[in-house]
Design a protein around this ligand. Structure first.
Ligand code: SAM
Length: 310
């Protein structure tokens, strides 16, 4: 019988695909299509709205940069808000930090949590049972608009900014997030790929620049994501995530309940060292980006795939 493949949506004439070993689950939730496939390479994987979200073998490549760069950039985080993150991976990584007293996850789709616990329990690793954790099924945008709680770190671990996640890039959302940060707090969010989604990357960074005094994008490699080179962005009024106390981070890193496979002080520092073409792309956010950059502007910035559309 011919091999079956799962393919990510194409970008700039490129498409990544994975051999399907088994189709385990599929449903249409009130928010999105949801599938669990066993893929050669990534292993069991969660797919939402047709795009790979996370997988048993590779979850750390996304959750470590999102969670640990942000938490180690904060001198002493106690209260963390996660928006999205229904697979529980970000929650598990947050709770590795002994300084955390409270980790609240606001996930819009209960079905994602249920399917992740049923088919991919290793990703949350029991985090939802930790007495410091709370799961709230709600729209993260609505929660932030209404909450009076304050957080040291806010992590947005959402799907791409379409569908239910479209609200998570609006100026109102980001202003509500800034308001919900405790003094010295910071916010981190995935900002797509500078290679396969340059316009999404720039729009997210620009939205952060319109909201926070300090904005620092950083990079990492997520093999199951389009073009693999991925980005996150940190915004804060007071904290510069590129300047942190190396000795303190080393001491705190040794207190984590498990050793990490990516994060180290050196990786933290290197993540913010952006290739020159990414720096050139970011200069486009300093002008009035009322319309996304054209293919010619991407090419002029040295972008490797000017034909991309996202
Ligand atoms: N953690 C995964 C990864 O490694 O990239 C992907 C993120 S997680 C599965 C994305 C979650 O964001 C989904 O469960 C989705 O339901 C949730 N989400 C999307 N829009 C949301 C919103 N407005 N409020 C709360 N959660 C939202």
């Amino acid at each position: 019988m011919a091999d079956e493949w799962f393919a990510e949506p194409p970008y700039g004439g490129v498409q990544q695909r994975y051999r399907v070993l088994e189709r385990l689950y599929s449903q249409t939730t009130p928010w999105q299509t949801l599938e669990v496939l066993d893929l050669e390479g990534p292993g069991r994987a969660l797919i939402l709205a047709g795009t790979l979200q996370t997988s048993l073998n590779e979850e750390f490549t996304y959750h470590e940069p999102l969670v640990h760069v942000a938490l180690f950039a904060h001198p002493n985080p106690h209260r963390v808000l996660i928006i999205g993150g229904g697979d529980g991976g970000a929650l598990r990584h947050v709770l590795l930090h002994p300084s955390i007293d409270r980790a609240l996850e606001v996930e819009i789709d209960q079905a994602v949590v249920e399917a992740s616990l049923r088919f991919l329990p290793e990703i949350s690793g029991g985090a939802y049972s930790d007495q410091r954790a709370e799961l709230k099924i709600d729209d993260g945008a609505r929660f932030l608009a209404e909450t009076s709680e304050r957080f040291d770190v806010i992590l947005v671990d959402s799907t791409d900014p379409v569908g239910p996640a479209a609200a998570l890039i609006s100026p109102e959302f980001l202003q509500h997030a800034r308001h919900a940060l405790a003094p010295g707090g910071l916010m981190a969010m995935q900002s797509g790929s500078p290679v396969s989604q340059p316009r999404e990357f720039l729009a997210t960074v620009r939205a952060f620049k319109n909201t926070f005094r300090i904005v620092k994008p950083y990079l990492g490699y997520v093999p199951i994501y389009p073009a693999m080179l991925w980005s996150w962005v940190i915004g804060s009024e007071e904290v510069d995530p590129t300047s942190y106390d190396d000795v303190s981070v080393r001491n705190r890193l040794e207190q984590l309940r498990e050793s990490l496979r990516i994060y180290s002080p050196a990786v933290h520092r290197a993540a913010f060292a952006l290739p020159r073409y990414v720096q050139s792309l970011l200069e486009l956010t300093d002008r009035d980006l009322d319309k996304p950059p054209t293919a010619a502007e991407l090419r002029a910035a040295g972008h490797p795939l000017p034909g991309v559309v996202a």
